[in-house]
Design a protein around this ligand. Sequence first.
Ligand SMILES: [Zn+2]
Length: 163
Amino acid sequence: MFCRDCGEKLSLRFMENEGLVPYCGKCEKFKFPFFPVAVSMAVVRRSDNKILLARHTGDADYKLIAGYIKKGENAEKTIPRELKEETKLNAVKWKYLASRYHDAKDILMLGFLVFCDDGEISLNEEIEEIRWCTPEGAKEIIRKNSTAEYFLNVAIREIERKK
Ligand SMILES: [Zn+2]
């Protein structure tokens, strides 16, 4: 681990209430790690409560729509932007569900339940195919043991709690 400001090798130093935190001896400052943040969206069509699953280009199985939060943006802005960019659908309302650290990509994912209305769908190059699924159908085809599966299950519990 190296200092992002001066390039010096970081050591771990004890910080009260935080424990061991990376420290730069040259800057004489603690350097908390930075990592990207993204939203994961369980998109539900309001007319029939079906959940949108997407198969990304080159992928064999299905996941939820997700996207990075841009610098300066808040999650509330990322949700409609990403959904529109990838499918042309309009997000009508959304609810924060849970967050999870996605180790493989070193990102923090924020999970949302997102409602949309019917609309013409036009996929961008990132997505090859989408499917509207019942909760049971979605559970069957979502990639197993994935972060998407975790957020899908949280979203389904939330949908069923509200029935
Ligand atoms: Zn430094």
